[in-house]
Design a protein around this ligand. Sequence first.
Ligand SMILES: Nc1nc2c(ncn2[C@@H]2O[C@H](COP(=O)(O)OP(=O)(O)OP(=O)(O)O)[C@@H](O)[C@H]2O)c(=O)[nH]1
Ligand SMILES: O=C([O-])CC(=O)C(=O)O
Ligand SMILES: [Mn+2]
Length: 580
Amino acid sequence: MVALNEWVAQVATLTRPDKIQWCDGSDAEHQALIAQMLADGTLESLNEATHPGSYLHRSHPDDVARVEHLTFVCTNEREDAGPNNHWMAPHEAHAKMDALFEGCMRGRTMYVIPYCMGPIDSPLARCGVEITDSPYVVANMRVMTRMGAPALARIEREGSFVRGLHSIGELDPERRFIMHFPDELAIKSFGSGYGGNALLGKKCHALRIASHQARNEGWLAEHMLIVGIENPQGETHYVAAAFPSACGKTNLAMLIPPEGYRQAGWKVWTVGDDICWMRPGADGRLYAINPEAGYFGVAPGTSTKSNPNALASIQTNTIFTNVGVTADNQPWWEGLDNGQTPVTDWRGNDYDASKGPAAHPNSRFTVSAKQCPSYSPEAENPAGVPISAIVFGGRRASLVPLVFEARDWTHGVLVGAAMGSETTAAATGAVGVMRRDPMAMKPFCGYNFADYFAHWLSFDDAGAKLPKIFHVNWFRKGDDGKFLWPGFGDNLRVIEWMIGRVKGEAGATQTPIGYLPKATDLNLDGVSLNEEAHAKLFGFDHAGWSAEFDSIGEYLGEYGPRMPQALHDEQQRIAAALKG
Ligand SMILES: Nc1nc2c(ncn2[C@@H]2O[C@H](COP(=O)(O)OP(=O)(O)OP(=O)(O)O)[C@@H](O)[C@H]2O)c(=O)[nH]1
Ligand SMILES: O=C([O-])CC(=O)C(=O)O
Ligand SMILES: [Mn+2]
């Protein structure tokens, strides 16, 4: 294909690699890359008896998370990127990046990775090509995307693809930028080898660039898990949920039903754990695919109690990044309940508890979705799965109850737009700081949030059969600073209530912020909650919400006249009801 070959040649002229390797995704290619990375220390082997085919990668200690302050959206007009993005004019950004890329691959191999986001035969799928000088990126892209020959064939057929150029450069935090050019379907990423900055199919393509494409083409690209909930009657409802980074998407996507539910015949099917592309089908419902083929999941906290499906998935053929290691060379992280202890920390030093955790808080595993015991066969369906409910949620230690339902689509869009959450280790910077993170897309929406909300509102047209919208908070804390809700498997109780609402069967009480269940509207058999937990998980704090709505009003105002009037109206209506 001329356009692709020309671009590859141009990049080679700029970056001066010693060698160019077109990746076909084959086993032989993969084995050769692994051998090379073991030889040069990029990967270390792990205990082959307990973790066959698995490896450890230790990244540079200053390169362990996404870098939101170095991530830019480069549109012609600053306003099109919006106050939610860092912006640079495209010509300036290209000049800056091309200067960094100049000669950066001397002495290295340049890998050309054709990939497809989504089932290869799906009309909802989109393709891209990533050029990188990192074999670690190649190995991860092979797990996270449909990479190689079939993707290249689709690219040749379609002609259009996202161009991602990546180099680890010198891994110098002072020479690190992640730039997006939505109008050119292009990405330039320099100076980081970390997942969200370097695996360009993921956040850069499937969220920032795709959100832009989705707006133009009438679909949605979202930071959402997709999970199928099968009830004892064999009926499956698909739920899509947006929680910010490290706030529980992987856990909810792989949920194991509590004891009583399992016995009754409830089953949970994982379609995706991080990204959801959806668009209206002929019947007016939203149909969703998971554009990814693997999981790049948070390791710490993954245990037989919290997420047995994830743990089962990562026993073989897994790349671990920045975890600790035990005496017999098994991967280890805080929260792992296998009776082992670490001897080496994520930096490769002798483990010393006084010097911090053995695994970095944002250490991750990379594994094929097919290794997950709950992997849904529908995840490969090119038509996607119909979505019954959309869930928004964040980490809110105070105010926000366990669950509530939006009155209608417009109210639901406001609920998403008003989302707040405490920051986590997934991005560099302070942890635990409450910020607005609309629809969990603050770091990922490739255009002005005001336009994004307008796009969301536009789905409510004649003939649409839209999902109901809910908000959850698994992270409400008591006066003792502990979580009040058991979470994890028990979250199915909340989902069951949502499905009951979708079917018009479950009860709720109307409040100014939406419909709240009473504790008796949920199945809480086997859960013990004290009085404080009951009050805070199911109660409604009138004065607290009134203050929250003033702050939401201020936040919407930051977007100026581009903010849809319908959201202002909705916010004002609720604020007035709360004051009344
Ligand atoms: N208290 C509580 N913690 C939870 C629950 N579900 C997940 N977590 C915690 O959330 C953190 C990680 O959540 P993940 O599911 O890996 O995060 P994610 O949303 O997939 O994140 P990204 O991959 O960064 O987008 C871990 O610390 C978990 O222990 C829950 O129901 N209750
Ligand atoms: O992008 C990453 O590196 C991991 C991720 O899912 C997130 O941060 O939301
Ligand atoms: Mn994510």
